[in-house]
Design a protein around this ligand. Sequence first.
Ligand SMILES: [Zn+2]
Ligand SMILES: [Zn+2]
Length: 202
Amino acid sequence: MFITSTGLTDHGISPQRQAPAVVRHSFGYSNMNNQLKNISICDECNSEYYSDTSQMTRLCPECSHVLYGYENCQHEFANGRCIKCFWNGNSSDYIKGLKEKQQKKSERILYVVDFFRTKYGATNILINDHWESDAEATGLTDRSGQFLAYISTISGKDNNYYLALENPSTDNQLPYSPAGEFDNLILEELESLLTKHLKLAD
Ligand SMILES: [Zn+2]
Ligand SMILES: [Zn+2]
């Protein structure tokens, strides 16, 4: 039996010839593709994804989009995986529920929610929807979840909003206490009231 200089027994594969190839491979990998190929596991859907395709560290692009409004990957599926972000297309039951709820919302209400979350940051405006069956309304809170704003586009007119504000409860009976109701607001008025209530800076 032949013992190589590395001390490994030769079983027909030469460790001496293989070793440089492995080293060369890992160098190329870390220099060129490491960032692209770094794979993380999503906390929400448990799918693997390429770390650098998501703006959140523990969520894939899909889940970070649905949960926090971050930019999603424009998925392209081949052999059961997105070739861009490596997501496997699975969603948790929670995410599936959220997607279904979003699909039931009107264009008008989706537009106004998207407007605020894009402008002030999705992590600063959380969706807290107690009105799932109402396509023209939704609830938003500040990031602490303490200050709630109920927005409705029920009038059916463009740029016409109803807003109800609620502060944290002062007793333990109800989660929130009323802090003002406003009707027939245009977007600028809605924005001014909402940013004050949710303590959002421009
Ligand atoms: Zn995910
Ligand atoms: Zn993707």
